[in-house]
Design a protein around this ligand. Sequence first.
Ligand SMILES: [Cu+2]
Length: 123
Amino acid sequence: MRMILINSAEVLSMRPSFFIPFLFLLGIAAAAQADDMPAFNISIKSHHFSPATFEVPVDTRFRINVKNEDDTPEEFESQDLDFEKIIPPHREGFVYVRPLDAGKYHFFGDFHQDTAQGDLFAK
Ligand SMILES: [Cu+2]
């Protein structure tokens, strides 16, 4: 019992010096992964997406960057992909999308649904 207590104390005393560099390396790994992530750029102009359709790879997490060139806010939304993101006028926003199965996934601008419609195709 006594030995176990001493060993526990030793482990506890080692913890900061061991874990801080470890967390630092994890941070670098996460940043590297984010940089390698495919990104797709689309814009909103006159309440239309451009491009309104695009292809993405299957089974790959990716990012969509959206530039709103209109004078009004838009909400970039997809029920298929579970995101919604308000993008103020003349600003950019982004969403991350989970790895997808092959198929067609719809997105839209919630504030201008008459015109702001699009699809992405995972292939
Ligand atoms: Cu919405």
